[in-house]
Write a protein that binds this ligand. Structure first.
Ligand SMILES: [Zn+2]
Length: 80
């Protein structure tokens, strides 16, 4: 099941005609951050790599996907 993909900058649904002036869309390096629902709980994926939560055995459901900047991820990790 496909979910909508949201811009992390303005939280617009990219499938429904997103603002082309949004600065995130001029950013070449981006990742997908995805929240999934599985039988054993929720999990978080970064570009198809699970980084938190249990593996959704038997297939999970995508709750929401955001497009995020590589730069913002790097800043977050450096400050952690
Ligand atoms: Zn945007």
């Amino acid at each position: 099941m496909m979910s909508d993909i949201y811009c992390s900058e303005c939280d617009e649904d990219l499938a429904s005609g997103h603002d082309p002036d949004c600065s995130l869309h001029a950013t070449p390096e981006t990742y997908k951050l995805t929240l999934c629902d599985g039988a054993e709980g929720q999990s978080i994926y970064l570009d198809d790599h699970r980084i938190a939560g249990p593996k959704p055995w038997g297939g999970g459901t995508v709750v929401k996907t955001w497009i995020v900047r590589a730069k913002d991820l790097k800043s977050a990790i450096e400050r952690a």
